[in-house]
Design a protein around this ligand. Structure first.
Ligand code: ACK
Length: 319
């Protein structure tokens, strides 16, 4: 049977929608790099329909990247085409023809949550400050941040927890499993607005709601649920485990998890019931949430919708 032309035409349509002319992109300084990929700050002319330059971030591969890295970046691009949420990084365009693959996303002026948390340590700690104002805007809880000095309050940290849960709730409703949720993969835009990023490892899940990773890649061991470590099973429940580790990163202002524990010992420790201690400045309430996320039986962990409700409740109390 002759295959129908329809799917091909659809594919062409999608590409035209997002393809951006390379000539209108001016690459500037590097924002950072990983093993195979790099992120470069750039100015894009007319990318959001206006006749002006807009600062953007461009994700691309390094010269010696393996084909599977290109595949990861391509799959990240394709997933980004379908997502639209204030707490998830927004795709602005891509360059897929006649040159290197560029994935153009919104620029987040304060970089990764991990570096943001670590930088905030340089400021006066203000853990005792419970007074804060927030407003709802397009479903997003924005904290007032007129000052350039980034002093983080408990309210900020709770808002971070809430925003990441919101973004993850959206992704899980889209049947997407992130598989690499960590503070290094969350970005901070102006107004301390968080955006979940780095979808390179993200996969669609179908009926079984489970993704079994076939090949061995780079594995973020200390963020992984025991079932992902042992059986390479990734679900929205294993994303919830990683979310618990992100809560721990938030409360420690970006400390590396399981300090002093070699990654190869982690699995046995976790199934034996070992969990990270409550961080020094973490409330019992927050630690209780982490512990729920780290239940051995993945079905006993809260859903992202429940986590949003929990932090909604805590934030309301403090208003
Ligand atoms: O912590 P950073 O300064 O913020 O270092 C990392 C680096 O690139 C590698 O991921 C930065 N980065 C990534 N995506 C963006 C973006 N969309 N806007 C601004 N910075 C970004 C990140």
């Amino acid at each position: 049977r002759v295959p129908k032309r329809q799917p091909l035409l659809e594919q062409e349509e999608i590409d035209t929608k997002w393809e951006f002319a390379r000539d209108n992109l001016v690459l500037e300084g590097s924002l950072g790099e990983g093993e195979f990929g790099q992120v470069v700050q750039a100015r894009a002319f007319g990318i959001d329909g206006r006749q002006e330059y807009k600062t953007v971030a461009v994700k691309m591969l390094k010269n010696y990247a393996a084909p599977c890295e290109r595949q990861d970046l391509m799959s990240e691009l394709n997933l980004l085409k379908d997502v639209n949420h204030p707490n998830v990084i927004r795709l602005l365009g891509c360059c897929t023809f006649a040159g290197p693959l560029y994935v153009i996303v919104e620029y987040c002026e304060d970089g990764s949550l991990l570096s943001f948390l670590r930088q905030s340590r340089l400021q006066e700690p203000s853990f005792e400050n419970h007074r804060f104002r927030h407003r709802h805007h397009a479903g997003v809880r924005l904290l007032d941040s007129k000052s350039k000095i980034q002093i983080l309050t408990i309210a900020d940290l709770l808002s971070f927890a809430w925003q990441i849960a919101r973004g993850m709730q959206y992704l899980s409703e889209m049947k997407l499993v992130h598989r690499d949720l960590a503070a290094r993969n969350v970005l901070v835009a102006s107004g301390k607005l968080l955006k979940i990023s780095d979808f390179g490892l993200t996969r669609d899940v179908y009926e079984a709601d489970t993704y079994l990773k076939k090949s061995k890649g780079r594995i973020p061991v200390k963020w992984l649920a025991p079932e992902s470590l042992f059986a390479r099973v990734y679900t929205t429940h294993s994303d919830v485990w990683s979310y618990g580790v992100v809560l721990w990163e938030i409360c420690t202002l970006g400390a590396p998890p399981y300090p002093g524990i070699p990654p190869e010992r982690l699995y046995n420790l976790l199934i034996g019931g070992y969990r990270m201690d409550r961080p020094e400045f973490c409330t019992d309430e927050m630690y209780a949430v982490m512990q729920k996320c780290w239940k051995l039986d993945s079905n006993d962990r809260p859903s992202f919708a429940e986590l949003v409700d929990i932090f909604d409740g805590i934030l309301e109390e403090k208003t």
